[in-house]
Ligand binder design. Structure first.
Ligand SMILES: *[C@@H]1O[C@H](CO)[C@@H](O)[C@H](O)[C@H]1NC(C)=O
Ligand SMILES: *[C@@H]1O[C@H](CO)[C@@H](O)[C@H](O)[C@H]1NC(C)=O
Ligand SMILES: *[C@@H]1O[C@H](CO)[C@@H](O)[C@H](O)[C@H]1NC(C)=O
Ligand SMILES: *[C@@H]1O[C@H](CO)[C@@H](O)[C@H](O)[C@H]1NC(C)=O
Length: 347
């Protein structure tokens, strides 16, 4: 992925201190979506899937399909959902390299993506936490990845964690509407499903990095992810740390030093759960973001573990928040998670 230099230069110029207009504001819809890894791989190409889509006027056999379907079926639903919801920036979780490539093919040339790295080897093995952005609205400035472990610079697993865990970090420019573009930081992650200690560490590292970016860039900071941590209960450590209800845990000192901020600066910095920040009528009814692949109406595993957060340094307004649906009338669940859509104005 390369970024055309010409528009980038224009934006960098526009962002030069002193030239940036104080009233700059830009709006976007951002999504976070755990795609469920490709657990039933097949060799069906994207083009084959597209060619076999049913006539849109044809009625489904309602709930004819049950349980998990192959990614080759689910990917079409994911794509339709992103396009129809007008998303311009999306953070995914559990995407294997095939899934990243399929989404890139479906979304087409109008989209760019930061794959980060496959978490298992730092190249292409294992799940990615990729970030996709619509090039007409968002420009990528730079990106990096870090592991949510005791050795953040190298592919590594936290002791006791179920999997290797990473965070994909980006500096982006939003230019969705007229007026001055807005420069911001966006981090996307997937915390461990088994170790609450890993989740606490991950949340503490991300909070440290987010605070650093808030100080360094003086701009808005957005975090999305599957935290595998609800807001309350025994697994809530990560949520409570990132939202400032619990103190962070000790993290790798090299990382802490690299992302330290001057003493007494942004001392109480936290990330705010945007679902609680949007105007009440603009918050959709669905609560759970994890639903499993159970039949409609079976809520036995439902939980809210996927989040969109904004930094407490502000410079954003949360205008709407929606937990969508992965289920369509044919009974196909696009994922065992629901997509989360947040409308944000950046200042
Ligand atoms: C996919 O194609 C490869 C190469 O033709 C083959 O080895 C593999 O078994 C196929 N996988 C499935 C799930 O059909
Ligand atoms: C992300 O950063 C890496 C390392 O700096 C770079 O090689 C890569 O090109 C960047 N990705 C994109 C999409 O620009
Ligand atoms: C902290 O992280 C750095 C960089 O990944 C690594 O070199 C160092 O050994 C880590 N410290 C400890 C105590 O593991
Ligand atoms: C930061 O938090 C501490 C402890 O909760 C509080 O005493 C202090 O007033 C806060 N500072 C700011 C600037 O909000």
């Amino acid at each position: 992925m390369t970024v055309s230099l010409l528009p980038l230069c224009a934006f960098v110029l526009a962002l030069t201190p002193g030239l940036a207009a104080a009233e700059a504001s830009q709006s976007m819809r951002i999504a976070t979506y755990n795609l469920r890894y490709d657990s039933m791989p097949d060799n069906i190409t994207v083009q084959q899937s597209l060619a076999s889509l049913p006539d849109p006027l044809q009625q489904y056999t309602f709930f004819g399909k049950k349980g998990e379907q192959p990614w080759s079926t689910r990917r079409i639903k994911v794509w339709e959902n992103l396009e129809s919801e007008g998303v311009v920036l999306a953070g995914f979780q559990e995407a294997l390299v095939r899934q990243v490539n399929d989404l890139a093919e479906l979304l087409g040339d109008g989209w760019g993506w930061v794959v980060g790295v496959g978490r298992d080897d730092g190249v292409a093995a294992g799940e990615f936490s990729p970030i996709f952005y619509k090039k007409s609205d968002v420009t990528l400035v730079n990106n990096d990845s870090f592991w949510l472990s005791n050795t953040p610079d190298v592919p590594s697993k936290f002791p006791g964690a179920g999997s290797v865990r990473i965070c994909t970090a980006t500096h982006l420019i939003l230019h969705s509407g007229g007026g001055e573009p807005v420069h911001f930081t966006y981090l996307n992650t997937h915390l461990d499903d088994q170790s609450d200690d890993q989740r606490r560490l991950g949340a503490s590292m991300i909070l440290t990095r987010a605070r650093y970016e808030a100080w360094k860039t003086k701009g808005p900071v957005i975090v999305t992810g599957d935290f595998n941590s609800p807001a309350t209960g025994t697994d809530s450590g990560a949520y409570q740390i990132i939202t400032g209800q619990l103190p962070p845990v000790a993290i790798n000192q090299t990382f802490a030093d690299k992302y330290a901020v001057p003493k007494d600066v942004l001392k109480n910095f936290t990330m705010l759960d945007l679902k609680g920040q949007a105007p009440r009528p603009a918050v959709s009814g669905n609560f759970a973001t994890y639903t499993g692949f159970d039949a409609p109406g079976d809520s036995s595993v439902y939980s809210r573990i996927d989040f969109v957060y904004g930094g407490s340094n502000g410079l954003w307004t949360s205008t709407a928040y929606k937990v969508g649906s992965s289920l369509t009338d044919d009974g196909v669940l696009a994922s065992d998670h629901r997509p989360v859509f947040a409308d944000i104005t950046l200042h």
